[in-house]
Design a protein around this ligand. Structure first.
Ligand code: E4P
Length: 221
């Protein structure tokens, strides 16, 4: 399963890229609002840090407006993927983008049928929002699993991107459910790195090493 970062924070993206685990990035208007500046320049900067897909979300709710914004984003870098919210106009825009060879990520997907329609319209990625479904007492991971099964069953090339991931358990569950990608807040990525026994073990090994050096152990012939 590929791992994307769900952020517009350049330093977080730079760090994950250094760790060697970054496969792409998703942004949305709320994440962009946290960093400010120009959305275009944030996107260009992100595209310099990863050659993987970088999702840029359109704001317009009419087809022509979506197309105009998406075509503009697509010119910023070759790895831009235009993010379009699920709607009747969104489906039409996704189909038009597909005809033009522009890749799309259909966002705000909350049901398996929405994901299926997005794939049929030609989306490269569909993003079921796991955490937001869990928040309303529905099992978000079911949508991820069903879409992964359906796409495999019918050889659909669209990839399932598990979004709205809130904790490390979601990541494991998404991988087991067959998600092709999970997009994570940086905090969840950090949580995945750590385990209390790992952190404790590192401290103990260092302590024992220092004690052994002090007592002269390991210095002999
Ligand atoms: C991803 O593309 C989505 O924008 C994101 O995962 C939404 O997450 P949230 O529900 O935590 O805002």
């Amino acid at each position: 399963m590929k791992i994307f970062l769900d952020t517009a924070e350049i330093e977080e993206i730079r760090t994950a890229a250094r760790w060697g685990i970054l496969d792409g990035v998703t942004t949305n208007p709320s994440l962009y609002a946290k960093v400010g500046g120009s959305y275009d320049s944030v996107l260009v900067e992100i595209c310099k840090l990863t050659s993987g897909p970088v999702s840029a979300e359109v704001i317009a709710d009419d087809v022509e407006g979506m197309l105009e914004e998406g075509r503009h984003f697509a010119k910023l870098a070759p790895n831009i993927v235009v993010k379009v919210a699920m709607s009747e106009n969104g489906l039409e825009a996704i189909a038009r983008f597909a005809d033009e060879g522009i890749k799309t990520n259909c966002t705000l997907v909350f049901s398996t049928n929405q994901g299926l329609l997005a794939a049929k319209a030609g989306a490269s990625l569909v993003s079921p929002f796991v955490g937001r479904l869990d928040d309303i007492n529905q099992d978000g991971m079911t949508v991820v699993r069903e879409l992964a099964e359906i796409f495999a069953l019918y050889d659909i090339e669209t990839e399932v991107l598990a979004a709205s991931i809130r904790n490390p358990l979601h990541v494991t569950q998404a991988a087991l459910a067959g998600a092709h990608i999970a997009t994570l807040p940086f905090k969840v990525l950090q949580q995945m790195v750590h385990h209390p026994l790992t952190d404790k073990g590192i401290v103990q090994f260092k302590k024992d090493w220092d004690a052994a050096r002090k007592s002269g152990a390991g210095k002999g012939a």
